[in-house]
Design a protein around this ligand. Structure first.
Ligand SMILES: *[C@@H]1O[C@H](CO)[C@@H](O)[C@H](O)[C@H]1NC(C)=O
Ligand SMILES: *[C@@H]1O[C@H](CO)[C@@H](O)[C@H](O)[C@H]1NC(C)=O
Ligand SMILES: *[C@@H]1O[C@H](CO)[C@@H](O)[C@H](O)[C@H]1NC(C)=O
Ligand SMILES: *[C@@H]1O[C@H](CO)[C@@H](O)[C@H](O)[C@H]1NC(C)=O
Length: 416
């Protein structure tokens, strides 16, 4: 009997995993989940609305997809934001928001388009005379209806599956090693966003006596912290009586520790602790294949004074990990697909405190919001842009040099 049951089990698992299901009022059209939003909004608001469902603006890869839009619009006339962003007047410069590449394999632009002087965003017309044609449009100046596209979801049979995430406990390592280990299985050191989630994590250690685990929070300045995975800092459970000295964060568990169970306190980033990784449930590893790098790789491996279109990548001070020079000035322009944000993770950072500065801007120019002006040894930390660009500068003064910084950047969907 036993082999027979195993075969049935494998078959059931396969069928349940292979059947796409649409939730949240999305409709299955040509193996995609689509949903029409008829209210007219700017491109950015449309993207945010889709993201709130875990979706992107619709991507159209073939004539069947293009006609399939009419399944959701019916006979009504709309202009609809699409998940396509053009950097130039050529379909090879138009990139899909789902990171699947450019529009050269299939496009349905009206002749004379794309036309980036009109705008870099793209809309689809379901108006009868121009049905199925695509046009360029200013992203901010006009409002349109839109269609969101949701990927299919899969079940996950990982051990600790809670609220859409899988958690795994690992034995002691310092922060960066721990984070890298989590990333190797498509996760991050755990970020915690509610008291319930904090309590759930603690519940995993009920049998373990007392101890602590590293969590994925780091200090970005004197009194502020961020999640290294880029998620919003929306909740914390610091023990206010514990000294806040280190730049990394641990959570206490069990009963006999001098920090109460479930409370957080800071630790040195170089010290080893057990740690918890967190990844979305139901994703294959790698979760989201990273977008293709389209910029020719500059000969300078630090990327000092480069524009890096498309994550992922790593920027460093010149000579890194050897010391940078005196009187160095570098700018690093980072950009990714229109529907994404940039997650910049400083994994290593040593400059002359109060003299050699790294400034990070939330945008592509010096008028953009300054995230911070960092020097010294701020420890590992991460920043997330609100748009699809980021500007980083590094300036050393005329004396004293150090190893500098190394920071990885990747495309990131901002979960609001
Ligand atoms: C937005 O529209 C206004 C008025 O129609 C125009 O002056 C402005 O240049 C437009 N901005 C962009 C970025 O196209
Ligand atoms: C608990 O107290 C001991 C001694 O006072 C100290 O060395 C240790 O770091 C404390 N543990 C925590 C988690 O604060
Ligand atoms: C980077 O560009 C700036 C401005 O063009 C220049 O002053 C600086 O010397 C350049 N840095 C390096 C390392 O070439
Ligand atoms: C960073 O701080 C240094 C020292 O105060 C200052 O010279 C520099 O202009 C600052 N950079 C920015 C971008 O604010």
């Amino acid at each position: 009997m036993r082999p027979f049951l195993l075969v049935i089990g494998a078959f059931l698992h396969f069928t349940s995993a292979a059947t796409p299901v649409c939730t949240n009022g999305f409709t299955l059209v040509n193996d995609k989940c689509l949903r029409l939003f008829t209210s007219t909004v700017t491109h950015k608001v449309a993207e945010r609305t889709c993201m709130n469902y875990g979706a992107t603006l619709v991507t159209i890869k073939n004539a069947i997809d293009n006609r399939g839009i009419q399944t959701v619009t019916g006979t009504f006339s709309y202009t609809l934001w699409m998940g396509l962003y053009c950097f130039g007047n050529d379909v090879t410069k138009c990139l899909w928001d789902d990171a699947s590449g450019d529009a050269s394999l299939y496009s349905s632009f009206m002749s004379g388009y794309p036309q980036v002087q009109t705008g870099k965003c793209v809309f689809y017309s379901s108006q009868s005379s121009t049905m199925g044609k695509w046009y360029s449009s200013d992203c901010e100046n006009t409002t349109r209806s839109f269609i969101c596209e949701l990927p299919t979801t899969y079940q996950d049979d990982c051990g600790n599956n809670y609220n859409g995430f899988c958690y795994t406990h690992n034995s002691a390592a310092p922060f960066i090693t721990a984070q890298e280990t989590c990333e190797a299985s498509c996760g991050n050191l755990v970020s915690i966003h509610s008291a319930n989630e904090n309590r759930y994590l603690n519940s995993l250690f009920l049998q373990s006596g007392s101890g602590s685990i590293l969590i994925g929070a780091t200090r970005t300045s004197r009194n502020s912290y961020s999640w290294f995975d880029g998620s919003l800092w929306s909740y914390n459970n610091f023990d206010v009586t514990a000294l806040q000295t280190g730049n990394c964060v641990a959570m206490s568990f069990g009963t006999s520790n001098n920090v109460s169970a479930g409370s957080w306190y800071t630790v040195d980033c170089g010290s080893s602790y057990g740690y918890m990784c967190k990844r979305p449930a139901g994703v294959q590893c790698p979760a989201n294949p990273p977008p293709v790098t389209v910029t020719p790789v500059p000969s300078n491996p630090s990327y000092c004074n480069s524009t890096l279109l498309m994550a992922p990548g790593t920027i460093t001070t010149p000579n890194y990990p050897r010391y940078y020079d005196n009187n160095v000035y570098c700018t690093y322009q980072l950009a990714t697909l229109g529907a994404y944000n940039i997650l910049l993770k400083f994994t290593s950072f040593v400059t002359e405190a109060k003299f050699d500065y790294v400034a990070v801007y939330d945008g592509d120019n010096f008028n953009s919001h300054l995230f911070g002006n960092y020097s010294g040894t701020p420890g590992p930390f991460s920043l997330v842009s609100t748009g699809n660009t980021m500007l980083v500068t590094f300036r050393s003064d005329k004396t004293n040099t150090f190893a500098g910084f190394s920071a990885s950047f990747s495309s990131y969907v901002f979960h609001s």
